[in-house]
Ligand binder design. Structure first.
Ligand code: AOF
Ligand code: ZN
Length: 350
């Protein structure tokens, strides 16, 4: 693949357009597009603004009008080749007379892919793979969900240094400090689903909303998913109208994720208590771990993760540490560890 400096610059710009703040998280990817003339000058720019709105290519073409003829389209995702909520971008690019297409990430969506090949067959020059890793990172969960056929799972938990989530009498003050709770809401907002077990809802009665630092609900909320077979009392806060709630009548993590995928969910924030966490870990269904570690010791009390069926050290779950950040200070200090499980088979890379 040969690309010009102007195309590389345009791809950086298209990545920035794709991540324009304010685009709602939904089932669709974030995509940016820049149209260049023969001299490498920008003719028009576009980006996608959420499910049901024009794709990035269509947005840029609409802005360029007849000036699109003979241009090079630089786009962060392979142009789609299907009619879904909107029409195929492969056809729109052809109809507009675009001469060359440079795209970053190949489309992992089996329903939409194929635009690159179709354009090539129609005589358009096509180059792919430019800044592909960056483009995948923009839509990390979306890409994962299409490649693996299930949502990406982030398991978040708060723990003492000795792996306890509460003392023997059930008290848990300061295990999760205020800075850690604020940070948790920030991370929740990056996901589209929050998942807990029926047991957590019965015992703790959490609200499971995304809130600001003053504890006010944000305008956009996640889907609240509660899995398990236990009946929920009507007065549980998760059943209020602050956000949508779905009950997943299963104890099987695979089945729960399949039900969520059927609702086009891409990124699950698992906050469900030690038993649920253990079930997902044992099933190999945790893709990222965020642990808030309080510098305190209890020596006894509830374990932050349930029995994983591990009897010998050789069977331990190993994690790679991606980031370590100290949050807060004094009595409110927490250390946030972000980790990914080591997998027998590495995740698919470009
Ligand atoms: C987008 N925005 O800019 C591009 C997309 O639901 P639809 O019909 O809008 O189609 C969504 C699929 O189209 C999406 O999963 C991806 O494969 C492809 N390209 N989608 O939402 C865009 N270029
Ligand atoms: Zn499209």
């Amino acid at each position: 693949m040969t690309t010009s400096q102007a195309e590389r610059d345009a791809m950086r710009r298209a990545l920035a357009l794709a991540t324009t703040p304010g685009v709602p998280l939904g089932p669709n990817p974030r995509v940016g597009c820049v149209l260049l003339d023969d001299d490498g000058r920008v003719v028009a720019e576009g980006f996608h603004r959420g499910a049901g709105t024009p794709h990035a290519e269509a947005d840029a073409l609409a802005r360029a009008g007849s000036d699109a003829r003979g241009t090079t389209a630089v786009v962060t995702l392979e142009p789609c080749h299907h009619t879904g909520r909107t029409g195929p971008c492969s056809q729109a690019l052809l109809a507009a007379g675009v001469r060359r297409v440079v795209f970053a990430q190949a489309d992992p969506n089996p329903v939409a892919r194929g635009g690159g090949e179709a354009l090539r067959e129609a005589g358009v020059e096509v180059a792919e793979g430019l800044l592909a890793a960056e483009a995948r990172a923009v839509n990390r969960a979306w890409t994962f969900a299409h490649e693996h056929g299930r949502p990406f799972v982030t398991w978040k938990f708060a723990t003492t240094l000795d792996g306890r989530s509460a003392a023997a009498d059930g008290t848990s003050r300061w295990v999760s400090s205020r800075p850690a709770r604020v940070d948790t809401h920030r991370l929740r907002a990056l996901c589209d689903t929050i998942l807990v077990g029926t047991n957590t809802v019965v015992v703790d009665d959490p609200r499971l909303t995304v809130r600001d630092a003053d504890d006010r609900d944000l305008p956009v909320q996640l889907l609240r998913a509660v899995m398990g077979l236990r009946e929920l009392p009507d007065d549980r806060r998760v059943l209020d109208d602050a956000a949508e709630t779905v009950l997943l009548r299963t104890r099987d993590p695979h089945e729960a994720l399949a039900l969520l995928r059927a609702r086009e969910r891409q990124h699950v924030f698992l906050e469900g208590g030690p038993t649920l966490a253990a079930a997902f870990l044992a099933a190999g269904l945790v893709d990222e771990v965020v642990a808030y570690v309080a510098p305190m010791l209890l020596g006894s009390g509830r374990s932050s993760v349930g029995d994983l069926g591990i009897a010998t050290i050789a069977d331990a779950h190993h994690l790679d540490v991606v980031d370590v950040t100290v949050l807060g200070e004094g009595a409110e200090t927490n250390v946030r560890l972000t980790m990914t499980p080591q997998r027998p088979v590495p995740l698919q890379e470009d």
